[in-house]
Design a binder for this molecule. Structure first.
Ligand code: TXA
Ligand code: MG
Length: 312
C-alpha cells in the first residue's frame, strides 16, 4: 500500500469518506482515523497499528451535535465538562448508541468522545462529515507520535494517507473521564489536569485499578510508550552512568550524557518526552534517565507515562 502524504485536509478527508484510514494531527498527539460507522475501516486501524482488539477507540467529533449520534445519553456531569471545556484534550466516556459498531469500542457498551481543539484537526473532521475513531498513530507499544515524521516511521505503507501538520501543541494524550455515573472517574490522566476538572465537578476522582476487578480502561493494562532503551526514573544524580545514556528533565546534571534535554517547565517536558524517546532509539541509547516531577497539573500525566515506559 502506498501512503499518500498531504497537507490538504480535503484530500485527507476524502480518504475517510471512501472508507480509508488516515493519520492526522491533534493538539495532543497524532491520531489514526476511520469513519466510526464503517466497521471494516475501523478494523483496519487495529491491523495497521497491531493493536490488541480489546482496546477501545476514542471517537473524535467536529461538532457537538455529533456527540448525540454516538451516545445514548449525555449525563449531567458530561454536560458540565462539555460546556466548560470542549473543544479540548478531554475524552468523555458515555453509554454507546446502538448504531456504533462493536469493533470501535472493543465490545464495550460505552464510547469515549472527544472534540479536538487543533485547527487542522477541526477542519479535517468537518470535511469528513462523520465522527472519526482514532487511537494514537503509532505502532502499539511505541511512544505516541507528536510529529508527522514519527507517524511516517511507524505506519508508512500501512495506512492510506498522512495529513502533515505541525508538531502537536501538548505532546501527551487526552484525559479520559468516565462520566456514566454521578462521580466522574479519571481513567487516564492526560493533558487536561485533575485540578481543572475538579473546578467544574469537585467530586471527580482518580480511578485506580483494584485487585480482582475488571480493568475499566482496557488500554491501561497494555504495554505503552516504550522506547527500545531502558527507562530509569531518577530524583537525584547519585548514580553512575554505564553504556550509551541519555537524560531528560528539569534540572541540569553535572555528568556527561550522549543525549540530553533540559526542559524549562513540566509543560515543555511533556511536550518533548515522546520525541526524545524516539531520538534516543535513533541514537542507539541504552538507558534513558528521566527526572521525576511533582504530580500536579500536567505533571500527573507525565509521571503516569514515564512510569509505564519504565515498567516495560
Ligand atoms: O489524545 C488522545 O486521546 C489521542 C488523540 C489521537 O485523540 N488518542 C489516544 O487514543 O490516545 P488511544 O487509543 O491511544 O488511547 C485511548 C485510551 C485507551 O487507554 C483506551 O483504553 C481508553 O482511552 N478508552 C477508549 N474508549 C474507552 C471506553 N469506552 N471506556 C474506557 N476506556 C476507553
Ligand atoms: Mg495510544
Amino acid at each position: 500500500m502506498t501512503t499518500v502524504l498531504t497537507t490538504s485536509p480535503e484530500t485527507a478527508a476524502a480518504f475517510i469518506r471512501r472508507g480509508g484510514i488516515v493519520a492526522f494531527p491533534t493538539e495532543t498527539v497524532y491520531g489514526l482515523g476511520a469513519n466510526v460507522f464503517d466497521a471494516p475501516a475501523v478494523a483496519r486501524i487495529f491491523e495497521a497499528k497491531r493493536r490488541p482488539a480489546d482496546n477501545p477507540l476514542i471517537a473524535h467529533v467536529g461538532s457537538l451535535e455529533q456527540i448525540r449520534l454516538l451516545t445514548k445519553e449525555i449525563t449531567p456531569t458530561a454536560q458540565k465538562f462539555i460546556e466548560a471545556f470542549f473543544p479540548a484534550p478531554l475524552t468523555l466516556v458515555l453509554r454507546r448508541a446502538e448504531r456504533v459498531p462493536l469493533v470501535a469500542t472493543a465490545n464495550l457498551d460505552t464510547i469515549g468522545v472527544r472534540m479536538p481543539k487543533n485547527e487542522l484537526a477541526r477542519e479535517f473532521l468537518r470535511l469528513c462529515e462523520t465522527p472519526v475513531v482514532a487511537p494514537s498513530a503509532n505502532l502499539s507499544g511505541k511512544p505516541s507520535p507528536t510529529v508527522w515524521q514519527a507517524v511516517f516511521e511507524d505506519l508508512n505503507g500501512r495506512i492510506d494517507c498522512l495529513l502533515q501538520g505541525e508538531a502537536t501543541e501538548i505532546g501527551l494524550e487526552s484525559t479520559v473521564v468516565d462520566c456514566t455515573s454521578h462521580v466522574p472517574l479519571v481513567l487516564r490522566s492526560g493533558a487536561l489536569s485533575l485540578e481543572e476538572l475538579r473546578k467544574i465537578v469537585p467530586a471527580t476522582e482518580m480511578y485506580y485499578v483494584k485487585e480482582n476487578e475488571a480493568v475499566r480502561s482496557p488500554g491501561l493494562k497494555h504495554r505503552h510508550y516504550s522506547p527500545r532503551a531502558r527507562v530509569v526514573l531518577i530524583s537525584d544524580f547519585g548514580f553512575r552512568i554505564s553504556g550509551r545514556s541519555a537524560y531528560i528533565g528539569l534540572s541540569t546534571p553535572k555528568m556527561n550524557f550522549d543525549l540530553i534535554k533540559i526542559c524549562a517547565s513540566a509543560e515543555e517536558y511533556a511536550h518533548e518526552v515522546f520525541a526524545f524517546f524516539r531520538a534516543c532509539d535513533h541514537a542507539r541509547i541504552e538507558t534513558i534517565y528521566c527526572e521525576i516531577v511533582a504530580e500536579k497539573g500536567i505533571g500527573l500525566a507525565l509521571m503516569d507515562r514515564l512510569r509505564r515506559a519504565a515498567e516495560s
